[in-house]
Structures are given as C-alpha cells and as structure tokens.
Write a protein that binds this ligand. Structure first.
Ligand SMILES: Cc1cc2nc3c(=O)[nH]c(=O)nc-3n(C[C@H](O)[C@H](O)[C@H](O)COP(=O)(O)OP(=O)(O)OC[C@H]3O[C@@H](n4cnc5c(N)ncnc54)[C@H](O)[C@@H]3O)c2cc1C
Ligand SMILES: *[C@@H]1O[C@H](CO)[C@@H](O)[C@H](O)[C@H]1NC(C)=O
Ligand SMILES: *[C@@H]1O[C@H](CO)[C@@H](O)[C@H](O)[C@H]1NC(C)=O
Ligand SMILES: *[C@@H]1O[C@H](CO)[C@@H](O)[C@H](O)[C@H]1NC(C)=O
Length: 509
C-alpha cells in the first residue's frame, strides 16, 4: 500500500516542491504535512524589500538559469503556478549576460565572451588566458583516467588543462557557485557535465563540440515528458535569455507555492515547528515529535540539511562528512545610476588572487542583471558583495566578522576594485551560517552508502532530497524533489524502496 500520510521536513524550495508534486499527483485521501522550524517558508531564498519597499535585496539566491532538465521543470512550475507574467529575464545579448570579469592579480580582467574578435584580442593580450588557450588546444589529446574515479576539481583541470587554469578561472567559478575550495570539491559531484565529457568522449573539448554532450537518462525524460512544451511564455524564456528572476525576486516562486498549497484540502503547512525526534515504530507508523507537539505519519521526506538530519537519525552514515560553508552577503544600493565603471554580470575573485584580505568571493552587479526589480523611476546602482565561504573554515567563532565589519569590508572592496566611493542609500549585511554544502571528493560513493543504509534501515518509510545531496542550485533542488515525489507515487515502483538517491545506485564503483 502506498503511504497515506507524507511528512516533509523543511520548508525551503526542496520541501515546498516535494509537497506540491505530491499534492498534484496523489489522491485526496493522501495527507501531506510540511514542517518548517523557522517562522517563514523559503529557507535560503530570502527576498526582501528595503527603503519604503523601493529596493529589492536578495540575501540568498538571486537568479535562475533556464538550462537543463531542472530548468525545464522550474519553468513548467512557474507556468502552472501562473506567475509567468512576473518573470524578469535577462536577454542573452545584453551586456550583463555577455560580460563576466575576474579580479586577478590586482585588476579587473574581462573574460572572453561570445564575440569572437574581442575574445581573441582579449585572450592574446592576457598572459594567463593565452597560456590557457594553448592548454585548450592540447586537451583533446590528453589521455583520460579510469572510469568512475573521483578527484578534486583542481586536480581534474590541472591534469587535462594546466594548473593556472584551475587556480585562476576554475577557482573563480567554484567561488561563484559553491563559495568553495577547488582543491577539495569533488569533480564528479560539482562539475558533473564536464566530468562526464571525459568519460564519454575522452576529452572535455571533444565532448563540448559533440552533438549531445550528456544525454539524460530515460527515467529523467519521463518527468520531462509530463511538461507542456506548447507554452509560449516558457519557450520564449528558454530561447532568449541567459538567466531570470521575478519582479519581487526569487521569493515570488516560493510564495506562489505556499499560496497554492494552502488551497489544497489534504495539505498542511506549519511554521515554527522544529522536528526534534523521529520514532520509527513496528509496522508502518512513525511518530514525529516537534517543539510544539507530536503526531503520526507513515513516510518521512527529509529536505533539511544533512547536519540536521543526523541529529534525528544518528545511525545514518556520512551525513556529517561534508562541511557547509558560511557566507557574508552584503547588499548595497546607491541613489546614483551607472556608478559601475563596467557593465556586466559581476566580478569573481579567484583563489589565486593575492592580497584578498577580506576573503572576497565575488561581486554581483544586480542593477545590471535585474534592472527592473527596484522602483522604476529611480535607477539605483545595486550590487551584492559575497565574502568568506571556504576561507572561513579555519576561523574560530569569535574571528568571524560581525555585520558591521562585513559592511565595512564590502564597502572597502567596492572602493578598491570598482572605484565606488559614494555613500550607499540602503544596505543589508548578513552572515549566512552554514548555507552551502561542500561536496568533497568521493561524495558520490558516500551517497551510495547512504542510499543503502536508508534502504536497509527504513524500507519505504524515509527518503531524502535537498541541497545536501544531488546539487545545490534551485534547478537541481526542484528537479530532485519533483522526481522523488513522482517515484514515491509511481505504482510500478511499489516493490522498490525509493530513497531519493536512486541516481547513485550503480553496481560496482
Ligand atoms: C548566498 C546564496 C546564494 C545562492 N545563489 C543561488 C543562485 O543564484 N541560484 C541558484 O539556483 N541557487 C543559489 N543558491 C543555492 C540555493 O539557494 C539553495 O541550495 C537552495 O535554496 C536550498 O534549498 P533547500 O530547500 O534544499 O534547503 P534550505 O533552503 O536550507 O531549506 C531547509 C529548511 O529546513 C528547515 N529546517 C532545518 N532543520 C529543521 C528541523 N529539524 N525541522 C524542521 N525544519 C527544519 C530550515 O529552517 C530551512 O527552512 C544560493 C545559496 C546561497 C546560500
Ligand atoms: C525557439 O522557439 C521556437 C518557437 O518560438 C521553437 O520553434 C524553437 O525550437 C526554439 N528554439 C530552441 C533552441 O528551443
Ligand atoms: C533613469 O533612466 C531612464 C532611462 O535611461 C531615464 O530616462 C531617466 O531619466 C532616469 N531617471 C533618473 C531619476 O535618473
Ligand atoms: C514509473 O516507474 C516505471 C518503472 O520504474 C518507469 O518506467 C516509469 O517511467 C515511471 N513513471 C513515471 C511517471 O515516472
């Protein structure tokens, strides 16, 4: 018998998506309860308005990319939630989509974009880019290593290209996505597409130029086939933009999910409900004990961070292996338009940049990428400075900067790197504690161990999804939650144990 009462732990994008897909596909007799510890839904999605609501600040994620299967599922969700009209997209040909910078060694360097001529000129005039170019030319002839081996991102790019590329370009990318250290992040679990290109084509460059770089699995395709591709808004976004958000920020997506779920009779959403204990009883029942009560269910979907789940189920292996990094996020808005000396998506700081004493990871040019989220008549200049991440790993608690210090460090960075000396009209500085999981080398095989342990210990009563496991981007979180929900309701899977980690279920590693 399929579960009659699903209990979802965590009300971030992963938990809300799981609840929504269950509600769409389960019979009305199936109960769905979602428990969130804090006083709001959204998790790391934190869109807020300041300055009499004129300015939008994102203290967590700020943009979505319309790429991959996850990208399609998110767009379908937007379509079905009827919030397409609020989508703000950045056209592929806009300067903010084309221009990406790194700060190295002590100045802004524009990375070659899609304009061939200026790209060539830029490459020829920048020493490390020129060296990287020769490594790119050699790469198709570098022999691949044995299949299924994992290694650090740094080791992969050093082996196939050269160390400078890993230290400068790739470390900057790892800062932008994971706030992480290229020497520790797993190649297989963080740059999965590129990892697979070596496996399938023997070379990254050959893989990149092949017709279908990494074909999705048949199972993944069944999820995507449920999507209505005739939707014109949807296709327009996919076709013409490099990234998007909403009029009121990413929070508009989670707010729409909450609103829709509140209208469903078999769904209950609870805030201020921290799960403290799970008792798996004989038979099918599970007792769930929160800070303000207890009740019973028969299937748990955990979307809470792995370091929280281990407190509830200490017998599960590997949950504490990967650290979660802390990131300083400083939003700054100036009254004056066009204060930035350049137009673009932003600047990333590589690990190889010397004298990065404030541990800056990057600066996002929010007013260039999403210009219409603020009061339209005002033309603010708006940026976000991100600091810390893996650099804070060795810090003691008292060494972490407080919010005042973070603001000071961010403003100093804006002066020295972009020449902005103006006084901000509005700002918010936040230390986002343990916000991004770091998939360290061999994450994939540890997930395999976790998958088996869940199967053995809990049969069909526990499954997991969320950013701790199979991808941190919102696209990944949504895709994995949607897929898990459909698998749990799939009649032809009633004899298989569904854990949410099926993707790692491979024979011999
Ligand atoms: C600064 C920053 C910038 C980012 N930028 C982007 C971006 O631009 N694009 C992108 O795609 N992704 C971005 N990401 C990644 C993405 O935002 C996250 O990976 C994603 O939001 C995680 O969602 P989640 O639901 O899996 O987890 P969470 O958001 O962590 O949700 C888990 C929830 O569980 C709750 N919880 C914890 N313990 C318990 C308990 N015991 N009982 C009940 N509830 C509990 C928590 O309060 C929380 O609300 C960014 C992340 C950060 C931190
Ligand atoms: C772009 O949109 C058109 C229809 O508007 C569609 O026929 C075409 O396949 C789309 N291209 C891509 C790459 O999705
Ligand atoms: C904002 O920008 C628009 C278009 O560039 C311009 O017409 C308008 O005058 C500007 N507003 C202010 C207050 O500077
Ligand atoms: C249900 O499971 C079967 C067997 O694993 C699979 O072939 C099918 O695609 C699944 N259906 C959906 C909608 O995921």
């Amino acid at each position: 018998m399929p579960p009659q009462h699903f209990v979802i732990l965590g009300g971030g994008i992963s938990g809300l998506t799981a609840a929504w897909y269950l509600a769409l596909n389960a019979p009305l007799t199936t109960k769905i309860t979602l428990l969130e510890a804090s006083n709001r839904f959204g998790g790391w999605i934190q869109s807020t308005r300041v300055g009499d609501d004129r300015i939008l600040f994102e203290q967590g994620p700020r943009t979505l990319r319309p790429v991959g299967l996850g990208g399609l599922v998110v767009l379908d969700m937007i379509n079905r939630l009827k919030i397409s009209e609020f989508v703000h997209a950045l056209p592929k040909d806009a300067p903010a989509a084309q221009n990406r910078y790194i700060f190295y060694p002590n100045k802004l360097v524009k990375l070659p974009g899609s304009n061939l001529i200026s790209g060539i000129r830029q490459t020829l005039s920048t020493k490390f880019l020129l060296k990287s170019l020769s490594a790119v030319v050699r790469e198709p002839f570098v022999r691949p290593v044995l299949p299924n081996l994992d290694e650090s991102v740094h080791s992969f790019f050093t082996r196939r290209f050269n160390e400078q590329l890993a230290d400068i370009l790739i470390s900057a990318l790892a800062h932008g996505i994971y706030a992480g250290d290229v020497k520790k992040l797993s190649m297989r679990s963080t740059f999965t597409n590129i990892y697979n290109m070596e496996k399938s084509y023997g070379s990254v460059i050959r893989g990149a130029f092949s017709r279908n770089p990494s074909p999705p699995s048949d199972e993944d395709m069944t999820l995507v086939e449920t999507i209505n591709r005739d939707n014109e808004d949807l296709m327009k976004i996919i076709n013409k933009s490099s990234l998007y958000s909403f009029k009121d920020g990413i929070g508009q997506l989670t707010n729409a999910l909450v609103k829709d779920l509140r209208g469903k009779p078999n769904v209950e959403l609870k805030v201020d409900s921290r799960v403290r204990e799970l008792k798996f009883e004989d038979g099918n029942e599970i007792e769930i004990i929160t800070n303000n009560g207890k009740f019973k269910g028969d299937h748990i979907i955990s979307t809470i961070p792995a370091y929280e789940l281990v407190k509830l189920l200490p017998m599960l292996p590997h949950l504490e292996y990967n650290p979660f990094v802390t990131v300083g996020v400083v939003n700054v808005a100036y009254e004056q338009p066009n204060l930035l000396p350049i137009k673009g998506f932003g600047v990333l700081f590589p690990q190889a940049t010397p004298d990065n004493r404030h541990h800056v990871l990057g600066i996002v040019f929010d007013s260039d990428t999403m210009p219409l989220q603020d009061h339209p008549k005002d033309n603010y200049t708006k940026v976000t400075v991100m600091l810390g991440g893996h650099y804070y790993e060795t810090f003691k608690e008292e060494e972490l900067p407080d919010e005042e210090e973070l603001l000071h460090q961010a403003l100093q960075t804006l002066e020295t790197t972009l020449g902005i000396y103006a006084t901000p009209a509005e700002y918010v500085a936040k230390l986002q504690r343990k916000c991004i999981p770091q998939y360290y080398v061999n994450h994939h095989s540890r997930l395999g161990g976790l998958h088996n342990a869940i199967k053995e210990n809990f049969k069909n009563r526990l499954s997991v999804c969320g950013s701790s496991y199979l991808g941190v981007s919102i696209n990944d979180c949504v895709f994995n939650s949607a897929k898990l929900a459909l698998n749990l309701l799939n009649d032809s899977k009633k004899d298989v144990v569904v854990t949410g980690l099926e993707r790692v279920d491979v024979k011999i590693e």
